[in-house]
Structure formats: structure tokens, C-alpha cells
Design a protein around this ligand. Structure first.
Ligand code: HEM
Length: 208
């Protein structure tokens, strides 16, 4: 891709690699998890070498996703602390969705919606990983009622996470110029000024 030297760096290579390891694991887990969820999706096990292999691999991929998510969440947590300007942004979110975003409150590196999504992912990830460990009978056997309760919470957390990620990907595609931030690490000045003016001012020193 043709780079403009005036573009702004939004993610380092290591942050991007971290994000995509989590993203790829998430897709593998969603596909294999759906295969366990309902017989209509059992054919998805063909992607992983059949039923037994899918059953063996799913929790190990879950451990990799959990570990890399913890690293990613530690990197981004500080930037996702909700401030009063984010609450104002969230109150005006309908205007944003209608495409009338010219007088939205100024945002830092992330807007109120991204921050809510971040904490929603943290909660979902905690629930899904903890219950996943409880259910991992290849390594330990806990009382059957505990495993049953964990199975239910695991399924609810999975639906919650898949919903949030659909929203996340939709927002990333819908806000033109965003996907390249996670692919190549940079965004245009115009993108930063329009969507994250506070961050734009901070990194450029431009008070425009
Ligand atoms: C698989 C498809 C995915 C795509 C296309 C995608 C795309 C993106 C893009 C373009 C950004 C940059 C947004 C910006 O800088 O404003 C981003 C940020 C981020 N993504 Fe994803 N992502 C995907 C999956 C995931 C998954 C599975 C997770 C976690 C479970 C995740 C967590 C995050 C986080 C935490 C950020 C930083 C934003 C923040 O901290 O609020 N992403 N993603």
C-alpha cells in the first residue's frame, strides 16, 4: 500500500500481531464452538479434522486466545477508561448513526462506543475463559452440577461475544479508513481529525 509520510501511527506491529492472534483464535473458536452447539453446525468439524480433533483443539485455542487477550487488554485498558466526554458522545450516538456526526463531542484515541465495547469484551472474555476451564474434563472432574452451570454460562457468554464482535467488525468497516489501522498501523490525518480529534491534537500538536 502506498504510504503517505504524513500518516499517523495508530498501532505498532506488535499491537497488530497481538490483535490478530486474538481475532484468528476467536474465529476458530466460534466455528468449532458452533459445531458443538447444535447438530446443524456439526459439519464445521470438518475444518478441524473431524469431531474428536475439534473437541481436543477447541480448549487449547481458547487458552491461546485468553492469554493474548490479557496482554492486549493490559495494553489498551488505560486508553479505554470512560470519561465524561465519552458519556456525552454516547448520548449523541443516534446522530452519529444517522451520519450527522459533525458536532459530536471531541474524542480521544477511542470513542465512548469503542470503550463500552472494550469493557463488554473484557467481561465476556472472563466469563468464557473461566467457565471453559471448569468444563475441561480432559484435565479435571468437578461436580456435575458445577459443570452444567458452567456450560450454560459459557454458551451465553459465547453468544454475547459473537454479537459484540459482529458489531466491532461492522463499525470498523463502516467507518471508512479504520481497517487499515489494524492492517498497516497507520491512519490518515483527515481520519484522525474527523473521528478522534482529541487524539489527533495530542499526537500532532496541531490545535486546529
Ligand atoms: C476478526 C475480525 C476483527 C476485525 C476486522 C477487527 C478490526 C479492528 C480494527 C480495524 C481496530 C482499530 C480500531 C481503531 O483504532 O479505532 C480494532 C481494534 C481493536 N480490536 Fe478488533 N477486529 C477483529 C476482531 C477482534 C477480536 C476477536 C477482539 C477481541 C476479542 C478484538 C478486540 C479489539 C480491541 C480491544 C481493539 C482496540 C480498541 C479498543 O481498545 O477500544 N478485535 N479491531
Amino acid at each position: 500500500m502506498q504510504r503517505n509520510p504524513r500518516d499517523l501511527v495508530r498501532y505498532t506491529a506488535s499491537e497488530r500481531a497481538n490483535h490478530w492472534i486474538v481475532g484468528i483464535c476467536f474465529i476458530l473458536l466460534a466455528l468449532s464452538g458452533l459445531a458443538f452447539f447444535h447438530p446443524a453446525f456439526f459439519w464445521l468439524t470438518n475444518l478441524f479434522g473431524g469431531g474428536p480433533w475439534t473437541r481436543i483443539l477447541h480448549p487449547y485455542v481458547g487458552v491461546v486466545m485468553g492469554l493474548f487477550f490479557v496482554i492486549m487488554a493490559c495494553r489498551f485498558a488505560k486508553l479505554n477508561v470512560v470519561e465524561s466526554r465519552d458519556i456525552e458522545w454516547l448520548k449523541n450516538v443516534n446522530k452519529m448513526i444517522d451520519g450527522d456526526d459533525h458536532d459530536m463531542p471531541e474524542q480521544g484515541k477511542y470513542n465512548g462506543g469503542q470503550k463500552l465495547l472494550f469493557w463488554g469484551l473484557v467481561i465476556g472474555m472472563l466469563l468464557i475463559v473461566i467457565t471453559g476451564f471448569v468444563m475441561w474434563r480432559a484435565w479435571w472432574t468437578l461436580p456435575v452440577n458445577v459443570v452444567r452451570a458452567a456450560t450454560l454460562v459459557h454458551a451465553v457468554a459465547a453468544v454475547w461475544m459473537i454479537g459484540l464482535i459482529i458489531l466491532h467488525v461492522y463499525a470498523a468497516i463502516w467507518t471508512r479508513g479504520t481497517i487499515r489501522a489494524m492492517l498497516y498501523g497507520t491512519v490518515t490525518r483527515a481520519w484522525a481529525k474527523q473521528h478522534h480529534r482529541g487524539w489527533y491534537r495530542k499526537v500532532t500538536g496541531d490545535n486546529d
